[in-house]
Design a binder for this molecule. Structure first.
Ligand SMILES: *[C@@H]1O[C@H](CO)[C@@H](O)[C@H](O)[C@H]1NC(C)=O
Length: 343
């Protein structure tokens, strides 16, 4: 055996040992190609204060948002048919909004129109949409995260070019009250974005293409300044090349639970990878009906069911949803429950 063969054998053996130590969880199908009312561009899984789950691309329209639970139905159609909704976050209502009977408020990345839209659902279920975060530098916003303590919206973006350059993506911060938006930094393609439950850490994924192939996927972490919400001390959280050689598989939506674990969708691997806040893998969730996993969120009655969305494996014109039962509560649901109507 040549030395190079021996080396690759040893690598294989150590990789297998490594993989088998991780917990593998199997997700169950909730919405499949045979009953889906969502299109294959399903994205932006999100949760409201009641634990109901929403996503984009209802009726295969990029400008629609639909309910996944309690049952599939249209939730909102954009005021502009040029809209492409992507990441979505519901935010806690203020006391005065609750007193007015307002049902929900959410921020939605509107990719094609370079803005974050705000929707407000009144007591009769009528939804008003406005353009909320806008800035000359904001181009192709992708996903959004929310700081409940500081009332800030974090925005990722990506221009999927053949050869990624710094500036094809970035990180923006938008004030949740005024809508004032500022670019914090330029990056390669940025996608998944999430805040730790104690709101001291921001996670952001960054990917690079070369000659139309994906060559790098990393997750960075930053410290969040507790007075301004701005970020600093960029540090590597995960490099998928070093971790398991899956740098060609994109990171998509990310979410934290209340223990600070980070749930990461891998678009093209039919998997969610769960990291501890220290960056070690806790488990891998194997999806049932999805390969191109786009986003995820915790919901259900107790906020412990993880809903994962993406194009169906057996028919990528349809949007599928898988679920897996978790033992820890999702951060967004927990924050909505504890803060709704309190401020
Ligand atoms: C994306 O990048 C390409 C190549 O640099 C550029 O031509 C295009 O205008 C960019 N698109 C947007 C929306 O910024």
């Amino acid at each position: 055996m040549k030395l190079s063969n021996l080396n690759s054998l040893m690598l294989t053996v150590s990789f297998l040992t490594f993989s088998s130590a991780q917990k593998i969880l199997d997700a169950s199908p909730l919405i499949t190609s045979s009953n889906s009312e969502f299109g294959g561009a399903i994205e932006g899984a999100s949760v409201d204060v009641n634990g109901n789950i929403f996503a984009t691309n209802f009726d295969a329209k990029l400008f629609n948002v639909g309910r996944i639970t309690p049952s599939q139905s249209l939730y909102h159609t954009s005021t502009s048919l040029g809209t492409k909704f992507n990441g979505i976050r519901f935010i806690p209502l203020t006391k005065s909004q609750v007193d007015q009977g307002i049902k929900s408020v959410a921020f939605l990345a509107n990719v094609n129109e370079n803005q974050i839209a705000k929707i407000v659902e009144d007591k009769d279920g009528k939804i008003e949409q406005s353009s909320f975060c806008q800035d000359q530098t904001l181009s192709l916003p992708n996903d959004v995260a929310f700081s409940y303590l500081h009332d800030k919206i974090y925005i990722s973006a990506q221009n999927f070019t053949e050869d990624t350059v710094i500036g094809d993506g970035g990180l923006w911060i938008c004030d949740g009250k005024s809508g004032e938006t500022m670019k914090l930094e330029s990056f390669g393609r940025t996608n998944g974005v999430e805040v730790s439950p104690d709101e001291t850490t921001l996670y952001l994924s960054e990917a690079f293409n070369k000659d139309a192939k994906v060559i790098s996927n990393k997750i960075w972490k930053f410290d969040i300044d507790q007075s301004t919400g701005k970020v600093s001390n960029q540090a590597l959280f995960v490099d998928f090349e070093k971790l398991d050689g899956t740098q060609a598989i994109d990171v998509d939506g990310m979410r934290t639970d209340i223990d600070g674990n980070l749930y990461v969708t891998r678009h093209g691997e039919g998997q969610v990878v769960v990291f501890s806040s220290k960056g070690s893998i806790i488990s891998r969730v194997k999806l049932s009906s999805i390969i191109k996993t786009t986003n995820l969120e915790f919901g259900g009655k107790d906020g412990k069911t993880l809903f994962v969305v993406g194009a169906c494996k057996d028919d990528d014109t349809k949007g599928c949803v898988d679920t897996v039962q978790n033992d820890v509560l999702g951060r967004a649901f927990s924050a909505l429950k504890s803060l709704n109507g309190k401020r």
